[in-house]
Write a protein that binds this ligand. Structure first.
Ligand code: SAM
Ligand code: TMP
Length: 409
């Protein structure tokens, strides 16, 4: 175990509780003829702050290595997620964007999956998105996008150009940003006193309960709880005023922050903090027990895949998710155990999985000759995927899942 770095929220020591070892960038899919000696690796380890309880990575990957013009994650790839964000847009339009000429800013708007519904209502908006690959798609849909990282300086520039925001929103983005002091200073600079900062990210409570360890990878720097977000807000002039549990992406929480003293916190905040305390969610012992469960999944999954290969069964990976980089690299799963992964994203097809170099193919490669088993890396989209892959089941195919334990359905 290495030395304890200071917490990125409060500077107290961070206690490491699990080391995933050497891991690649989870969204960097090398071409088959790439120079693999240039592939970037770092030590993926996770710890908990002794003071504010924020769970965070022990090492930070430079942001320009992750978010750039070749970023291959397009949010609109899931029909369920499109519906999720359309519903959220309706909720914000009804509850928060009710002032005269309201203005909403979204951090990490990606391909515009949420802002499209806002733009269609003619509401003033701006997406702030550093990855040109996805920002360009949002712009092509008529969404106003600024291709840059959000941070304090960006927020001040937006305020100068567009005035204050009624809502600042971020989905699956805030947890990606280690430099939180700058982000929250930016939120304070940009938000109206009556405004609200809403963000949703994978919830540590669900990750621990389900041992969904593959939520831990380079891009996911923080793993929030109501308690740690409450602390983070308090230290930055903000207040956690509401929380909502979400089922998407394997379990998330939507947090609502307001300038301190402006809104009365809902009962849901105290209830979730109390539940976390009862569960001892941020205790080192709880998190070390989570680590032991991860080791068990690694052993079980490797044993199952090895057995299936030795029996001559065919296994294909389904969904070249960022999460799958953690699974395949931690478990040593390469093309010998999983010959290819199918994925709907054109930017990933014809490329290789990060670190383990499993070819990524189109969904046609899956359906043209169904394998005996499909290892569902995109388990968070299980309902949607299993519904559309009925024929695979009818042909006798079985799904392998590894969350919360390794099992076959
Ligand atoms: N909001 C979309 C969703 O929920 O599907 C996209 C989430 S994607 C996993 C994370 C996004 O955050 C990426 O598109 C990335 O480029 C963006 N991002 C990373 N750092 C950022 C920053 N400092 N400001 C704004 N966006 C950022
Ligand atoms: P995510 O779990 O980070 O949202 O990534 C999902 C990945 O799975 C993404 O690369 C797209 C892919 N995918 C499919 O291949 N088929 C599908 O039906 C869905 C919903 C996603």
């Amino acid at each position: 175990m290495s030395s304890t770095p200071p917490c990125r929220i409060c500077a107290a020591p961070v206690q490491e509780f699990f080391d995933f070892g050497r891991q690649p960038l989870s969204d960097a899919f090398p071409a088959p003829d790439a120079d693999f000696s240039q592939e970037f690796f770092f030590r993926l380890a996770v710890g908990v702050c002794e003071s504010c309880t924020m769970v965070q990575l022990m090492e930070e990957v430079p942001r320009d290595k992750m978010f750039h013009e070749e970023y291959p994650y397009f949010s609109s790839g899931s029909a369920f997620m499109r519906e999720h964000f359309t519903n959220l847009a309706k909720q914000l339009l009804a509850d928060e964007l009710t002032a005269e000429d309201p203005f909403i800013v979204e951090l990490g708007c990606n391909d515009g999956v949420m802002l499209k519904a806002i733009a269609d209502h003619g509401v003033r908006h701006l997406g702030v998105e550093p990855s040109a690959s996805v920002a360009d798609v949002a712009a092509s849909k008529g969404i106003r996008v600024r291709t840059s990282f959000f941070e304090e300086a960006t927020a001040r520039e937006i305020h100068a150009e567009d005035g204050p925001a009624d809502v600042i929103y971020a989905a699956n983005t805030l947890c990606h940003i280690p430099y939180m002091g700058s982000i929250l200073a930016g939120v304070n600079a940009l938000l109206k006193p009556t405004g609200v900062f809403v963000f949703e990210d994978p919830y540590l409570g669900d990750i621990v309960e389900r041992t969904s360890f593959d939520q831990i990878y380079d891009e996911h720097f923080y793993f929030f709880t109501a308690r740690s977000v409450q602390e983070m807000a308090r230290r930055n002039g903000l207040e956690l005023v509401h929380v909502e549990r979400l089922t998407v992406h394997g379990g998330e929480v939507r947090y609502f922050l307001a300038p301190a003293g402006q809104r009365t916190p809902s009962e849901a905040v105290a209830a979730l903090v109390a539940e976390e305390t009862e569960r001892k969610l941020s205790d080192l012992a709880t998190l070390k027990a989570f680590g032991a469960n991860v080791v068990k999944i690694r052993e079980d999954l490797t044993a199952l895949l090895t057995k299936l290969r030795d029996e001559g069964k065919t296994v294909v990976g389904y969904g070249a998710t960022a999460k799958s980089a953690t699974v395949t690299n931690l478990c040593g799963i390469g093309p010998d155990l999983v010959p290819f992964i199918c994925d709907t994203t054109p930017a990933k097809q014809g490329r290789l999985s990060p670190g383990t170099h499993i070819p990524v193919k189109t969904p046609d490669a899956f359906s043209s000759e169904y394998p005996d088993y499909a290892l569902l890396f995109a388990w968070n989209h299980a309902e949607e995927i299993m519904a559309k892959e009925q024929e695979f089941r009818e042909a006798g195919g079985k799904w392998i899942l590894y969350v919360p334990t390794v099992h076959v359905v």
